[in-house]
Design a protein around this ligand. Structure first.
Ligand code: FES
Length: 379
C-alpha cells in the first residue's frame, strides 16, 4: 500500500525540542518531570537529517523549542539548514541568552519568526516564577531588539492563579512592546504544571474576569486601529467538552525530543507506549508505520462513551495524555468531558482551586535538583 493510499496525511508541523537544558525554572514547564534523566542530545548532523526527512514528507513549519533552544551553540546552523530546506522557522524562547548579535546571526540564517515568553508583567513576580532576578529586564530588552530587527513577534504569557489578575497590565506591556500577536494561554496541565496543579489552576471567577478584560481591550484596541491579535486560551478544566488535542493523534504534528524520540505530542513520553527514535528509524517509517503513531489514529480504538459520540470527529475523545494522567488509562475519554465516568476528577480540581492557598514560593520548580529527586523516587 502506498503512503497516499494509506489515507494518512503528512505532518505539517515539526517541533524540535533541541534540549531540556534551561536557565529558568518555571513551575508550569511542560517538559517531563524526569528530564534530568535525559542527558543525550542529537548532534547537529542528526537534527539536520531529521529536518530533511520531515521536509521530504511535506512538513512546512519547524519550531525550535526546548528547554531553552538558545543554549544550543549550533542553533544558527540548524536554522540555516532548516531554512535552506524550505521550512518556515520559528524560535520559541525565554529570551535568556539572546543578544543583538545573535539576532543578526539568526536573521542571516533566515529565521522567520520569534516567540518570547514572559512570566508576569512585573519584575518581582517574574523573578519569583522564573527563578532569575535578571530575567525580566533581559526579556524587555530582547523584545525591543526583536521588534527593532523587524521580526514578527509573539509575546507569550502562561496564565495561572498567581498572574491572571494582572492581565490588564500584561496587555498594556504587550502594547508597549508592540507585539504582533499575544498569547494569553492559561496553563495546560502537563509535566510540571500537572505536578503543581493545585497551586496553579485559577478559579472560575478569575477566568471570567480575565476574559472580560481581554474583551474590553480587544474593543479598545480595535477602535484605536491597533491590529495586535490577543489570543486568550482558557483552561479545559472549566469546559464540558475536551479539546481536539494536537488536531488529532498523528494527524498534523510531530515532536522530536532532545535525545531523538519521536512523539505525537509534547507530553506523550509519559505514556506506557514505546515510541520510536529517529536514531533507529526514518521519520517516514515513524509517522506512517510505527505502533506509537498509529495507536490512537482514527476512531477504531475508541471505547464508549467516545465510540458512539457524535462529537468524536471534532474532539477525537480529547487528550490521551490527560486521560492517562487522570485515569491511569490513555484509552479512556478525556475526563474533561462531562460524559466521562471520570469527570469527577475535573470537578474535584475545580473545588481545590477554590480553596487553594498555595503561594508561589511553595510551588515545585522545574530544575535539575527537583527532577533528580523525582526520578530517584520513581526508581
Ligand atoms: Fe498528548 Fe494531548 S498532550 S495527546
Amino acid at each position: 500500500m502506498s503512503l497516499s493510499e494509506s489515507g494518512i496525511k503528512a505532518p505539517l508541523w515539526l517541533l524540535a525540542e533541541l534540549t531540556y537544558r534551561c536557565p529558568l525554572q518555571c513551575p508550569y514547564c511542560s517538559n517531563p518531570l524526569d528530564f534530568a534523566r535525559q542527558q543525550q542530545e542529537l548532534t547537529t548532523e542528526q537534527w539536520l537529517t531529521v529536518f530533511r526527512q520531515a521536509r521530504e514528507m511535506g512538513s512546512v513549519q519547524l519550531g525550535f523549542s526546548g528547554g531553552e533552544p538558545l543554549v544550543r551553540k549550533d542553533l544558527a546552523e540548524l536554522i540555516a539548514g532548516a531554512r535552506q530546506l524550505g521550512f518556515y522557522t520559528n524560535l520559541i524562547t525565554s529570551g535568556i541568552g539572546l543578544t543583538r548579535q545573535k539576532l543578526d546571526t539568526f536573521a542571516d540564517a533566515g529565521l522567520d519568526h520569534i516567540q518570547i515568553s514572559f512570566q508576569a508583567s512585573d519584575e518581582t513576580l517574574n523573578a519569583a516564577l522564573a527563578g532569575s532576578e535578571k530575567a525580566f529586564h533581559q526579556k524587555l530588552e530582547m523584545a525591543k531588539a526583536i521588534k527593532a530587527h523587524g521580526y514578527p513577534m509573539v509575546l507569550n504569557f502562561v496564565l495561572h492563579r498567581h498572574n491572571i489578575d494582572q492581565i490588564d497590565r500584561i496587555i498594556e506591556l504587550c502594547i508597549q512592546l508592540e507585539a504582533d500577536d499575544v498569547e494569553l494561554a492559561t496553563c495546560q496541565f502537563y509535566g510540571w504544571a500537572q505536578l503543581n496543579r493545585e497551586g496553579l489552576l485559577p478559579t472560575r471567577e478569575q477566568i471570567a474576569s480575565a476574559e472580560a478584560v481581554v474583551k474590553r481591550y480587544r474593543e479598545k484596541m480595535q477602535a484605536a486601529g491597533n491590529l495586535t491579535n490577543l489570543l486568550f486560551v482558557t483552561p479545559d478544566y472549566y469546559e464540558e467538552r475536551p479539546k481536539g488535542c494536537m488536531g488529532g493523534w498523528g494527524a498534523i504534528f510531530m515532536n522530536v525530543t532532545p535525545d531523538g524520540l519521536a512523539l505525537p505530542c509534547h507530553s506523550a513520553r509519559q505514556l506506557p507506549i514505546e515510541f520510536p527514535s529517529v536514531l533507529d528509524n526514518s521519520l517516514q517509517h515513524i509517522w506512517y508505520q510505527s505502533f506509537g503513531f498509529n495507536r490512537y489514529r482514527g476512531y477504531d480504538w475508541m471505547p464508549e462513551p467516545c465510540r458512539s459520540c457524535d462529537e468524536k470527529e471534532k474532539d477525537f475523545g480529547g487528550c490521551r495524555c490527560q486521560a492517562f494522567m487522570l485515569t491511569g488509562n490513555a484509552d479512556n475519554a478525556d475526563p474533561v468531558c462531562s460524559k466521562s465516568e471520570h469527570h469527577g476528577k475535573i470537578l474535584q480540581a475545580r473545588r481545590e482551586a477554590d480553596c487553594s492557598e498555595i503561594k508561589v514560593s511553595q510551588l515545585r520548580f522545574r530544575n535539575q535538583k527537583n527532577s533528580k529527586v523525582i526520578f530517584t523516587s520513581q526508581g
